[in-house]
Design a protein around this ligand. Structure first.
Ligand code: PLP
Length: 365
């Protein structure tokens, strides 16, 4: 990129040089995308999770919620209208089995988990503090946590732990991370549950132990549960809401993945900590279209139930279809929510790339 005479700040300039993976993603954005008719050789985008499994259901129902009155188009509360927060609380109570009922007062709305991660990091850390997060985690996490906040992020690899979702495996690794960074105060442990890209889930006991571990160290536990409802085949899953409330626990959720409503940019923070909610609410700015649309949808809990009853079997089928005959390798977990043909092509392309690498290795040996 050519440097300009009037560049942005040094910290903003640094975000323009994010390394080879980032550069590759930018290049890939210029390529035509796969389309079965116009671009059968186009690229299949695996850089984000897109969930097309329920497009027919959504297009049938969404249009009922896309009518707006002029009064609805004026300003509305920037951290969510009462209707939206009530609907979200009802949604969490029905589908997340909280240990203590969630009230509308415990919920704030924002525009996406991406934005909430950035905000919560700013709200929780003091200058020079650090944030722990487990890896592998999703690609943008480190950037979202640190970019505007100048935070020291400490990724903790769990790849060598036999059971990365159990207390016995995880706590010693966290203890050792704290010991080896004893000169820095850790303010937060950030988890993704269910985990992307590992696919595993933390048990209720593990979440309880992690919340207690954080509380003993005056740390906050922030859990991103964006994939919560996308479990199937009786996968055992416990949301952070199922454990007794603590003031240091905060959870993040959005409709981008389970409902494929990424463009609505609606996310929720659920926290019983009044001061944290007050600080977050100064930084959120939800658009009224999204607020109205999502409050209409989430307030119809039987309709949401119908969505899930249709979605989960489809997800299970897509998963088994993808895995059948393709082995159980990590990268294939990423592709099963795309349309079936795209999934097959993606697997072929990945397989061809792996074969090429194997061949090169063989020749180099
Ligand atoms: C684990 C995880 N969290 C958050 C996001 C982004 O969520 P949102 O669309 O709500 O900003 C993604 C998107 O890929 C993700 O995989």
């Amino acid at each position: 990129m050519q440097s300009s005479t009037f560049p942005p700040s040094n910290r903003a300039s640094a975000t323009l040089q994010q390394g080879p993976a980032w550069n590759l993603i930018q290049q890939v954005k210029q390529q035509p995308r796969y389309n079965p008719k116009s671009h059968p050789d186009g690229l299949i985008n695996l850089s984000g999770t897109i969930n097309n499994l329920m497009a027919d259901w959504m297009s049938k129902h969404a249009k009922d919620y896309l009518q707006f009155t002029t009064s609805e188009l004026s300003y509305s509360p920037l951290a969510g209208s009462n209707e939206l927060l009530e609907a979200a609380a009802g949604f969490f109570n029905r589908f997340f089995h909280p240990a203590d009922p969630v009230l509308a007062d415990h919920v704030l709305a924002a525009n996406g988990v991406t934005s909430l991660i950035n905000i919560i990091a700013w709200v929780l850390y003091n200058s020079g503090d650090s944030i722990l997060y487990t890896t592998p985690n999703f690609y943008m996490l480190d950037y979202n946590l640190g970019v505007r906040n100048n935070i020291i992020t400490i990724p903790i690899s769990t790849t060598s732990i036999k059971c990365p979702f159990n207390t016995a495996g995880l706590i010693p690794v966290l203890d050792s991370a704290i010991q080896s960074h004893s000169d820095i105060s850790c303010r937060m442990l950030f988890l993704c549950n269910p985990s992307n890209p590992q696919k595993g889930c933390y048990s209720k006991e593990t979440l309880k132990a992690l919340a207690a571990w954080c509380a003993e160290r005056n740390m906050h536990l922030v859990v991103n549960k964006i994939y919560t409802i996308s479990t199937f085949d009786n996968t055992s899953f416990s949301s952070i809401l199922t454990i007794p409330v603590r003031q240091n626990m905060h959870c993040l959720y959005s409709l981008s993945k389970n409902f494929n409503l990424g463009s609505a940019r609606v996310s929720f923070l659920v926290s019983r900590n009044l001061q944290i909610r007050a600080a977050v609410s100064k930084l959120t700015s939800l658009t009224v279209f999204s607020d109205v649309f999502v409050s209409r949808f989430l307030s119809q809990l039987d309709l949401v139930q119908d969505y899930l009853d249709t979605y989960r079997p489809r997800l299970a089928e897509a998963y088994h279809h993808t895995f059948a005959g393709h082995g159980h390798t990590g990268c294939f977990q990423l592709v099963f929510t795309q349309e079936p043909r795209a999934t097959e092509l993606a697997i072929q392309q990945i397989q061809a790339a792996i074969n090429k690498l194997d061949e090169r290795k063989r020749l180099d040996a």
